[in-house]
Design a protein around this ligand. Structure first.
Ligand SMILES: [Cu+2]
Length: 121
């Protein structure tokens, strides 16, 4: 009887595993950003919020800010309220063109990175 049950459930378990894997295997893709790409915002203090399509590990993720003079500042991330969102605060920004550079570790164990430009007026 035990063997019988197993043979019925095994395919279901296999399917669940395959489905689960495709859900887990989601690289983090940036779906929403504040400031938005190419946006112009008011300084000197700018709140940065990056939302991804999957959970990201805040401990192993980084947001860098490339300043108008090309120097790079590593922003400290605030505690994650939502596991898909990273928050940071950039202060003392004078007017000019800035670049957000992000690198995140997604729930599936893969690292993705990207960058975009915004302007402080
Ligand atoms: Cu992946």
């Amino acid at each position: 009887m035990k063997t019988c049950l197993r043979s019925i459930f095994a395919p279901a378990i296999m399917l669940a595993l395959i489905a689960g894997q495709s859900v887990l295997h989601a690289h983090a893709i940036l779906v929403e950003a504040v400031p938005a790409q190419d946006a112009t915002v008011k300084g000197p203090d700018v709140a940065i919020q990056l939302k991804f399509n999957s959970r990201v590990d805040g401990e192993r993720s980084r947001i860098y800010l490339v300043l108008p003079d090309k120097s790079v500042r590593t922003l400290s991330l605030e505690k994650q309220e939502s596991l898909e969102v990273l928050h940071a605060q950039a202060s003392g920004l004078t007017s000019g063109s800035y670049r957000i550079r992000w690198q995140v570790l997604a729930a599936d164990g893969h690292i993705t990175r990207g960058e975009y430009v915004f302007t402080v007026k």
